[in-house]
Write a protein that binds this ligand. Structure first.
Ligand SMILES: *Cc1c(COP(=O)(O)O)cnc(C)c1O
Length: 430
């Protein structure tokens, strides 16, 4: 099919995510991607582009991993889908067992859903329901961090801390207090969280955080000590805490889970994105025995369950992802790649126009404005430049970052870092 035909249908009928549609319809030139393999996308003309953000952070094992393709094919030939209501099947059951084995200690129950947002939504509802069953129904509020991003559904939007994303839906449904993000001054941020819990503690259902790395806020990282103290404080105040590992999990920050680096385990943990190697939309919410206990008593029912809950295709692929992490030592082999990213981004800090640079695990980021914001436009200059040089480097406003597949080939990573550097130098001098 011709490129023009694809673009015409796209522009006539598609409503694109996070896109200023008027501008797109008038002058947007989308990449028309025909196939993808490893860390590369190929357009319809045979040009390749390094996928610097793993296709919105999902393709942790790169595109088209042969073992994932095989798992998907084989599962599709026997059982593509069946409900999980009253029915058990091997992929969902064994995946739950395998997931609990690699999860932070104490997480022993797995609830399946469709994507990161629904995994968070399930966690929020579990927390609310938990307190109701425990006779503390007034615990209806959540605490999240400024700059937090937890997904797109209404509940997720309400707890989000990126003002710009929340504003159009303000006031809807969920009550959430926001605490300062710990990035710049973690002691002060921790004190502020302490005050919220001291004042409102018995009205709070749960504190939710993206462990170590606030992705959508602009790849902001914070010290593990904050998380360690947060876990201690929540225990002290008898408040649940939820780890949103949708982005930070599956090795993105250097360990299987970011929580590990703080030596803590949450009451609820949400995983998606890398969970299926980015191949299928499927997610999981893991609960501790404490949270699960009241649901295992009496007649309690968690009134929640998606049509595709435990989908066999997704589950088979997710099992294979865990097997690949084991067999191919994905975390160990990503370590020298993470070091290369750290070295390169440390160097980028001195380029004209770069206000700040940082890295954590398989993420490197620079801010091109002192007060970097999602609404900023400086990153888009770098994006245009990178496309010309063969990299898809979609920014978060003023923040330019890479979050490539953990398995990116060393040569591809070097090429990507060289492209980022060249683009920063070219656009910075303008
Ligand atoms: C992407 C993301 C989500 C939402 O996941 P979707 O699959 O897009 O619904 C939630 N939390 C974090 C931290 C994310 O990065």
């Amino acid at each position: 099919m011709s490129r023009e035909r694809v673009i015409a249908a796209d522009k006539a009928h598609l409503w694109r995510p996070y896109t200023a549609m008027r501008r797109y319809l008038a002058e947007g030139e989308p990449l028309v991607v025909a196939r993808a393999e490893g860390a590369r996308l190929w357009d319809d003309r045979g040009r390749s582009y390094l996928d610097a953000n793993s296709s919105w952070w999902v393709a942790a094992l790169g595109h088209g991993h042969p073992r994932l393709l095989r798992a998907l094919r084989e599962q599709s030939e026997t059982l593509a889908h069946v409900t999980l209501a009253g029915i058990a099947h091997e992929p969902a059951a064994l995946l739950a067992e395998e997931l609990c084995r690699v999860a932070p200690p104490g997480l022993a129950r797995v609830f399946y859903s469709d994507d990161g947002s629904t995994a968070i939504e399930a966690a929020l509802k579990m927390a609310l329901h938990y307190w109701q069953l425990r006779g503390q129904a007034r615990r209806r509020r959540f605490v999240a961090l400024d700059g937090a991003f937890h997904g797109e559904t209404l509940g997720c939007t309400a707890i989000g801390g990126v003002e710009l994303f929340r504003r159009p839906f303000a006031g809807a449904v969920v009550e959430c207090l926001h605490a300062p993000a710990p990035e710049s001054d973690y002691a002060a941020a921790f004190a502020a969280l302490g005050e919220i819990l001291a004042q409102d503690g018995d009205a709070i259902a749960a504190v939710i955080v993206e462990p170590l790395l606030q992705g959508a806020a602009g790849m902001r990282s914070y010290p593990a000590a904050y998380l360690t103290e947060l876990a201690r404080l929540c225990r002290e105040r008898d408040v649940l805490w939820i780890a949103d590992e949708v982005f930070s999990g599956y090795g993105r920050t250097g360990t299987m889970w970011a929580c590990e680096q703080a030596g803590v385990a949450p009451d609820l943990l949400c995983t998606a994105k890398g969970f299926t190697g980015g191949m299928l939309p499927m997610a999981a919410t893991l609960a501790s025995e404490r949270v699960f206990a009241p649901f295992a008593e009496g007649e309690a029912i968690f009134f929640h369950g998606h049509s595709f809950c435990g989908n066999p295709l997704g589950a088979a692929v997710a099992r294979e992802v865990l097997a690949i992490f084991r067999d191919e030592a994905v975390l160990e082999r990503a370590r020298p790649k993470a070091r290369r990213i750290a070295e390169a981004f440390a160097r980028f800090a001195s380029i004209d126009g770069v206000a700040r640079a940082r890295s954590l695990g398989m993420v490197g980021a620079v801010d091109l404005a002192a007060e970097a914001s999602y609404a900023g436009t400086t990153g888009w200059r770098v994006y245009d430049e990178a496309l010309k040089r063969g990299a898809y480097l979609r920014p978060l406003g003023d923040t330019v970052y890479i979050a490539p597949p953990l398995t990116i080939a060393d040569a591809d990573l070097e090429e990507l870092l060289a492209i980022v550097e060249a683009c920063l130098r070219v656009t910075g001098c303008r």
